[in-house]
Design a binder for this molecule. Sequence first.
Ligand code: ADP
Length: 178
Amino acid sequence: MPAPRVRLVLGDITAVEVDAVVNAANSRLLGGGGVDGAIHRRGGPEVLAACRELRATTLPDGLPTGQAVATTAGRLPARWVVHTVGPVHSRREDRSHLLAAAYRSSLAVAEELAARSVAFPAVSAGVYGWPIDSAADIAVGTVLAHRAGTVVDVRFVLFGEAAYAAFERALAERLPAT
Ligand code: ADP
């Protein structure tokens, strides 16, 4: 099975029409800043209600770093939000495996949902402080290593030229022009 087709998009992930939108959430799953805030604002109260329900049932201690879970997408132009928690960047400790796990877990949840198209933000590259070149390399490397079942279309939706350029470089390194 081949890797999914990967595309880069410059803009706001809450406007993208896909089956599953990945949220760079935090462990509490109750909203936050950055992309998480934008997804809850545009998705509306149904998304928060679904997160609260998860906290009250299967995830009383929250969602561990590197894992993923799906909810309704509410009013977003998507079917599901896949919430994942990336690691906070550390200079003392290499947490790359946790960032890769966040992408892998999100893809696994999307496959369980039989999603075809998935949009990812640059997980951990905002408030969690991950340097964008490294974040892009891990993101692209992990998605290209995925053996696609239903998920055949992955879009990285980058908020700003610098993030877009970093993902372009990462993609060019992994997929040299043939
Ligand atoms: P984290 O806490 O995982 O670092 P953030 O939301 O702070 O998550 O940032 C992750 C990335 O998402 C950053 O590159 C940030 O610029 C970007 N971002 C913020 N808002 C949006 C949005 N509406 N659409 C796409 N990307 C966004």
